[in-house]
Design a protein around this ligand. Structure first.
Ligand code: FES
Length: 111
């Protein structure tokens, strides 16, 4: 596989997140404060809740269901700290956001 178009930068502004499906993967795109783009699994590792239904302040993602908090720059869990989001390689060409889903599997936490 290779990089595939996920969305346009016009679809997700700085400090916002949005969810898209590509190649059967639910992918959450978050544009950090400062404009860097990240792509993570779209479903919370805790239970089957779309992360896009939570909140994002440009730095941290918070799941709406049980308030798990993730660092949006790295995907690492902040609370709890023993989990993380699977990250997709992402790149931006012109105003197009591309991701590569090859070999990336969502993380499911055991709790
Ligand atoms: S489902 Fe996301 S914190 Fe529980």
């Amino acid at each position: 596989m290779a990089f595939a178009k996920l969305c346009s930068l016009d679809d997700v502004w700085e400090g916002e997140m949005e969810s898209f499906e590509v190649d059967g993967h639910e992918v959450l795109v978050a544009v950090l404060d400062g404009g860097e783009v990240r792509a993570y699994q779209g479903i919370c590792p805790h239970q089957d809740i779309p992360l896009v239904e939570g909140t994002f302040d440009g730095k941290r993602l918070v799941c709406r269901a049980h308030q798990w908090v993730f660092d949006a720059a790295t995907g690492e869990g902040i609370n709890p700290g023993n989990c993380r989001l699977a990250a997709y390689p992402v790149r931006v060409e012109d105003d197009t956001v591309l991701v590569d889903t090859t070999g990336v599997a969502p993380v499911h936490a055991v709790s």
